[in-house]
Design a protein around this ligand. Structure first.
Ligand SMILES: [Cu+2]
Length: 854
């Protein structure tokens, strides 16, 4: 395969990790250039380098690009590359979905860049507050494109989250308990859990916003609408802080262990604290809304939860500090970046408590105090990720970076960062997001601007170092770090395509590799055993250090054999270190063969088609090339999905793996569960918005003033029966499959399909009728944008209808297959479809009373 083509078709997690990392660095540079433009403008009051409008665009694009397109995808690059290695898996659970996640991410970023050329990009700030985010204040097509780009980005995040959760729960090496996950993998686990729910809430907000731009619905311009936006946004936005920071924390913990030769002190408590923060992050969002009219009792409650979240963080900080005190520090570049991240985070955390307190927040809100605090936390997180760049560079490239240049990068970075942001605490009276300020603050801003340029320049050193080292750096073996212990260091650098020589196992208490009969594509298997043994232990234990190796291992450190009786230990090779490079070589060759038929072009096609479609939709109301683009994109999407669905793509599930607590659940089923969990939050966002707006507009007033007489219960009731009957038909298809009756399966699926189509026809007739009523109160019909009630009705039931349509499309794929006799031996596809279909029905059971009866 040619090397260019390889990157377009790869589904291997390591390749995708590299693609994610490089793409994220590209967006870092883009966001960084915008930031430098801002610092030039702020050199002196009224500098006049940027116009007010251009400054607003620079601020907004910088924030959005850094928060969404740089920092989390950068962490996802490491996660893709390392999590399967750390947990002993061959790849992620759904490799094609993983590739699709990357391409959706890339094309969403390109969509963002396209927005700059559509008369101006989004200029309402990265928090996108209503009503500034509405077309009234942002008539540019570019503003709409950014909303669509974010929606596409969330699609990427959701695919990634579902994939990582399934992988980490179902594909761990034998004997690796959840609590013993290496710190980085643990941090990614918690990150993707938070992502799954937080981004679904943002998706609800953005879908509504897109509908305001494209169909003229009124949510955020209605009574209570601006407050609704802040609720939706910050329910996502606060967890996002930890989504950004957790991967960095995981890398810091790994680096602290490796470069102090000391296991994290109180590892169990550290992990517990992270879990607490992840949970608590969802109940603190209102501290962003202390200046609204929410009553003081609720504000106080949220002050308590907010300041309370600093307690588990204190525990983590002390645990890291004690790890340094107890260990012997080696001041390598990754350690320096980890330590720097810790220092920045401590400053960011302390200054954040000021903002979490209601009274102080009244003073600091909307000032540069917030800017400085926020950057100490977020860029503190980025600092931890740069530790990861240096830490894993030898693993990814097989070569060592230049330590002197690495330290120079750190020195410039750390000095530049503090010169940039510390003065902003002093100059805190500068108003946020404004391109001018009072003359008395000039000198502080000039120091900050100089710091900004030093910080920017420090990356030139990094890029030079990495490029040079990739070519001529000293070659390193498997493990250049004396005390690193996680499993990625037990394989060669860079790792072979299939990761491990044989089956990784922790059953003996240490990492070893089982003989594994090589599987052929159909899974029947036979062939030469691959033997390799490495005397390493799990992540979390820095057993090389004399302090720890002498004492008994406690809690998270030791790996016991939980449920490891499976296989009875046959073929397990003992724990003496006789790693065989030859065996690893065999595995590599073999891996390439197997990898070849694990390539797929369709993820790229589907996401490129999505890019065209979204770009077309952004300007569809303004005509020109846009409607044509939309049509081309839609056709190509259909081709892409059909190609994707019909491609034979074989991913074996591991035969022996640690799968607590999802042992009896197949990967697909767990994937479907986690996806539906995020879908629950999406619908929750829509239903919550409806309830919020209805209360804000008067619960009963809503019915009398906004809804016409013609809106009756009957069509909704008919639809309830149709959907319930269709769910029953899906159950019958499973019964038929058990009875080995393919005609039965076809018949019941067809009935399901017909009932679903009936549902849509009935709904279409109802809508058609409502659109065209002509009464005294609604002379022009009751259309999507007529009022807030019609908006919530059409949009929420429309989202549900779209779910029905997706289900019907799935049926169109399944019915012909059932006709050819599929699903009789293996009815799991019927079951997964059933999960989805029943979910859609259950949602309707909530929507029906809310929108037709109450
Ligand atoms: Cu917050």
């Amino acid at each position: 395969m040619s090397s260019v083509k390889r990157w377009f078709v790869t589904t291997n997690h390591k390749d995708i990790g590299i693609l994610y990392t490089i793409t994220a660095l590209f967006f870092l540079v883009l966001g960084g250039v915008l930031a430098m433009l801002m610092r030039v403008q702020l050199w002196s009051p009224g500098a006049g380098v940027l116009s007010a409008g251009a400054y607003n665009q620079a601020v907004s694009a910088h924030g959005l690009l850094m928060v969404f397109w740089f920092i989390s995808p950068f962490a996802f690059g490491f996660a893709n590359y390392l999590v399967p290695l750390q947990i002993g898996a061959d790849d992620l659970a759904f490799p094609r979905l993983n590739a699709m996640s990357y391409w959706a991410y890339l094309f969403s970023g390109l969509l963002f860049i396209a927005s700059f050329f559509q008369g101006g990009t989004f200029d309402g700030g990265w928090t996108m507050y209503a009503p500034l985010n509405l077309p009234t204040y942002m008539p540019n097509i570019g503003g709409t494109t950014v909303v669509l780009a974010l929606i596409m980005f969330i699609a990427a995040v959701t695919m990634g989250s579902v994939n990582f959760l399934t992988t980490m729960y179902r594909m761990r090496a034998e004997g690796l308990r959840m609590r013993d996950l290496p710190m980085f993998s643990m941090s990614i686990l918690l990150t993707v859990w938070m992502m799954l729910f937080a981004f679904a809430a943002l998706l609800a907000a953005l879908m509504i916003l897109a509908a305001e731009h494209l169909f003229g619905v009124t949510y955020f311009s209605a009574e209570g609408g601006t407050l609704l936006w802040t609720h939706l946004f910050w329910f996502f936005g606060h967890p996002e802080v930890y989504i950004v920071f957790f991967p960095a924390l995981g890398i810091m913990a790994e680096c602290f262990q490796t470069f102090t030769g000391q296991r994290i002190v109180g590892r169990k408590w550290f992990v517990l604290a992270m879990v607490l923060v992840a949970l608590q992050s969802f109940v603190v969002w209102m501290h962003h809304m202390f200046l609204t009219g929410i009553n003081l009792e609720i504000k106080t409650l949220f002050m308590v939860t907010t300041i309370g979240i600093s307690l588990p963080f204190d525990l983590m900080v002390f645990s890291l500090i004690y790890t340094m005190i107890k260990g012997r520090i080696r001041f390598t570049t990754p350690f320096l970046f980890s330590l720097g991240a810790l220092i920045l985070f401590i400053i960011g955390g302390i200054t954040g408590v000021f903002l979490g307190a209601v009274v102080l927040d009244y003073e600091f809100r909307g000032t540069y105090w917030v800017v400085a605090h926020f950057h100490y936390v977020m860029v503190g997180g980025a600092t931890g990720l740069f530790a990861g760049v240096y830490y894993w560079f030898p693993k990814m490239t097989g070569r060592m970076y230049d330590e002197t240049l690495g330290k120079l990068h750190f020195a410039l970075y750390f000095v530049g960062f503090n010169l940039l942001y510390f003065p902003l605490f002093v100059a805190w009276e500068t108003p946020r997001r404004v391109f001018d300020y009072a003359p008395g603050l000039t000198s502080w801003h000039q120091v900050a601007s100089i710091g900004g340029f030093v910080l920017g320049a420090s990356f030139l050193v990094m890029f030079y170092n990495l490029f040079k080292s990739m070519a001529v750096g000293e070659e390193v073996g498997d493990n250049p770090w004396e005390y690193s212990t996680t499993a990625e260091w037990a394989v060669s650098s860079p790792p072979p395509l299939e990761n491990f020589p044989g089956k990784p196992s922790y059953a003996s208490g240490e990492l070893s590799f089982r003989d594994e009969p090589e599987l052929t594509a159909d899974g029947s298997g036979d062939g030469k055993p691959v033997v390799s043994v490495s005397p390493r232990s799990d992540g979390g234990v820095a057993s090389g250090a004399s302090e720890t190796s002498s004492g008994p291992r406690s809690d998270g450190g030791s790996v016991r054999t939980e449920g490891a009786t499976a296989g009875g230990g046959t073929g397990l090779v003992g724990g003496t270190g006789t790693a065989t490079p030859a065996a690893a070589g065999t595995a590599t060759t073999h891996g390439e063969e197997r990898h070849a038929d694990h390539a797929s072009f369709w993820p790229f096609v589907v996401c490129f088609a999505g890019f065209l479609t979204f770009l077309g939709v952004s300007g569809i109301r303004s005509g020109g090339v846009y409607p044509g683009l939309t049509a081309v994109g839609a056709v190509l999407s259909a081709v892409g999905f059909v190609g994707f669905a019909n491609e034979s793509f074989y991913v074996p599930e591991p035969t022996v793996a640690e799968q607590w607590p999802f042992g009896g659940v197949e990967n697909m089923k767990l994937g479907m569960w986690t996806f539906l969990a995020s879908d629950v939050v999406l619908f929750g966002g829509f239903v919550g918005s409806y309830l919020f707006l209805r209360v804000a507009n008067g619960w009963m007033h809503w019915h009398h003033a906004f809804i016409p007489e013609a809106h009756v219960t009957f069509p909704g009731l008919v639809n309830t029966y149709l959907l319930l009957a269709s769910s029953f038909a899906v159950v019958l298809s499973l019964v038929a499959a058990h009875r080995n009756s393919s005609r039965g399966v076809v018949a019941s699926l067809t009935v399901t399909w017909l009932l679903g189509v009936g549902f849509l026809i009935n709904k279409g007739m109802e809508w058609q009728h409502l659109f065209h009523i002509s009464t005294e109160a609604f002379p022009n019909g009751w259309a999507v944008g007529t009022n807030v009630a019609s908006s919530t009705f059409y949009l929420t039931t429309g989202l549900h209808g779209a779910h029905v349509i997706v289900g019907l499309v799935m049926l169109l794929y399944m019915i012909p297959r059932a006709w050819r006799g599929a699903y009789l031996d293996d009815d799991s596809s019927l079951e997964y479809f059933g999960l989805y279909w029943h979910f859609v029905d259950i949602v309707w059971l909530f929507l029906f009373p809310l929108f037709y009866i109450l």
